[in-house]
Design a protein around this ligand. Structure first.
Ligand code: DQA
Length: 147
């Protein structure tokens, strides 16, 4: 993978409610604040941050990542735990040699049993969880480190 000029930061369902959604787990900062934070450390790289509550829309964005050869930071949210369709779309990206880093704000392994399974991790390039916005910052640092 050569030096990216753009990074897709894809966020799944309910992450548009960050700021007010279960603040004891996810904190009080919003997705817009995450976007600003990542832009601040992106060093000339475009941060294309998107969120959808619609599985098909996220899958379409992963197809776009293949076509444009854009590396991806993906928080699949609840889709993590059951969406084989999303898994297959992530596999399309990584099989094309483009990194997809799965991130989570919380540490799903320290939470309810159903969150212990990720159907995404097996086809992701790597996984970072449990550091709040730091999970995204670490993923971005990794993607930028190939330059
Ligand atoms: C999450 C963890 C998931 O279990 C949950 O469904 C989310 C957010 C996280 O970022 O910690 O929506 O992906």
């Amino acid at each position: 993978m050569t030096s990216p000029t753009r990074v897709l930061v894809l966020n799944g369902p309910n992450l548009n409610r960050l700021g007010t959604r279960e603040p004891e787990i996810y904190g009080t900062a919003t997705l817009a604040e995450l976007h600003a934070e990542l832009r601040g450390i992106a060093d000339g790289v475009e941060i294309d941050l998107r969120q959808s509550n619609d599985e098909g829309e996220v899958i379409g964005w992963l197809h776009d990542a293949v076509d444009a050869r854009t590396p991806v930071i993906l928080n699949p949210a609840a889709f993590t735990h059951y969406s084989y369709a999303l898994r297959d779309a992530v596999a399309l990206v990584t099989e094309a040699g483009i990194p997809v880093i799965e991130v989570h704000l919380s540490n799903p392994h320290a939470r309810e049993e159903f969150r212990h399974t990720s159907v995404i991790s097996g086809v992701a390039t790597g996984v970072i969880a449990g550091f709040g916005f730091g999970s995204y910052r670490l993923a971005l640092a990794q993607l930028l480190s190939v330059r």
